[in-house]
Write a protein that binds this ligand. Structure first.
Ligand SMILES: [Zn+2]
Length: 389
């Protein structure tokens, strides 16, 4: 999901993921149209009671956003306001190490938000009828090449392949070792802190684009699918089993790239896909694909396998439109909506969504914001064709 090529600085740190895919030029919806859509939208506001909850569960109009430093908190607050105005009802906030953990302060990035900030965001989201779900990126994505995240900086012993040179050509991201005996107790403390601080009843564990597996002495010789399944099952046992919350994850490692006609990023070419029959069916699969395709067979596949599926797109208007259209075709009750990913800073998204002047330093944000608005509009109108007019 995360992407190379463009990183933004926020509070002095690099916000890694921007685009592995070179963002193809699209024709951005005009600022005026965005403003018009915002003004025309109905505020969801205070979704209370069982019916509202069930509706929110089944019709997820979501946005996924990366948390930056503490300085980003006001932008996330504004984003919640704007998202509610667009009719969105879920916010996946990818926090990772950008949180001042009390249990393990050493894994917090400098200048991180704290529990008080999280409670404030949780309260605001609740008031606006938005379900706020924290995300902690598990297994893969523990570095961006040699730019290592706080967890592996503080605990290099968790690195699955410390002997690999992260500056070498072709190196992507570090992984942690799913079999390290000290890992789960530590990350479960982090999960618990995030659940409590965000007052959340769901948790996203990431797990996309895991390329480094089975390298260390503990893992060597175990098939990749079994290694992946062990990690998924461990996190599920804690989140669903012990904490009683919903678990979400990116679905790409569970898709056979060859069979599905996808690439090595949004599907698996390292045999992890066989894990799909080794994990619980109550996990919500966030099925991300960003490019325009005739078909997205994974949406049907996940449902056939018994999972709820949440299709997730990004920054190409025609791809977003097509993905939603395909997802709705033959959808069962297990197809739960659409998740708009952003992969830029909350500030950029807010700026664009509020129809303020787009910062020239990141024109990509304009395309992304256009797709968020488009998805919100199409999801509520129910007819992708009419939305095109
Ligand atoms: Zn290992």
């Amino acid at each position: 999901m995360s992407t190379s090529g463009l990183s933004t600085q926020e509070g002095g740190r690099t916000v890694w993921p921007v685009s592995r895919r070179a963002g193809r030029a699209t024709s951005p919806m005009s600022l005026a149209m965005c403003a018009l859509m915002l003004s025309a939208c109905v505020t969801v506001g205070g979704a209370e009671g069982e019916d509202a909850r069930a509706e929110q569960d089944q019709q997820r109009r979501g946005i996924h956003v990366l948390m930056g430093s503490k300085a980003a908190v006001p932008h996330v607050e504004r984003l919640i306001d704007l998202s509610a105005a667009l009719g969105l009802n879920w916010l996946i906030l990818e926090v990772n190490n950008n949180f001042a953990y009390q249990s393990h302060p050493e894994v917090a990035e400098p200048d991180s938000m704290d529990a008080e900030d999280a409670h404030r965001l949780a309260k605001l989201a609740r008031e606006k009828g938005i379900r706020l779900v924290p995300q902690y990126q598990c297994l893969g994505h523990q570095s961006w090449r040699e730019d290592t995240g706080a967890l592996l900086r503080a605990h290099p012993e968790f690195n699955e392949a410390p002997d690999l040179d992260p500056s070498a050509r072709g190196f992507y991201c570090m992984s942690w070792c799913p079999n390290h005996p000290d890992l789960n107790p530590l990350i479960f403390d982090l999960f618990d802190e995030l659940l409590e601080a965000f007052e959340a009843d769901a948790f996203h564990v990431g797990m996309d684009e895991v390329f480094i597996l089975g390298q260390c002495e503990r893992c060597k010789g175990t098939p990749n699918a079994e290694l992946l399944a062990k990690a998924v099952n461990d996190y599920h046992a804690h989140l669903v089993g012990r904490r009683g919350v919903e678990m979400l994850m990116w679905g790409d490692r569970l898709l056979d790239a060859e069979a599905m006609g996808y690439g090595r990023y949004d599907a698996s070419r390292n045999d992890t896909w066989q894990a799909i029959d080794m994990i619980p069916k109550d996990i919500v699969m966030c099925d991300w694909h960003y490019g325009l395709k005739d078909d997205y067979p994974s949406v049907r596949y996940f449902q056939q396998k018994g999972f709820r599926v949440w299709p997730a797109g990004w920054n190409e208007e025609d791809a977003v439109r097509r993905f939603i259209e395909v997802s709705r075709k033959d959808a069962s009750e297990k197809m739960v909506g659409y998740l708009a990913t952003t992969w830029t800073s909350p500030e950029d998204i807010v700026t664009m969504l509020a129809a303020e002047q787009v910062k020239k330093r990141n024109r990509r944000a304009a395309d992304i914001a256009t797709c968020v608005s488009l998805a919100a509009e199409v999801m509520q109108e129910g007819d992708p064709e009419s939305a095109a007019e």
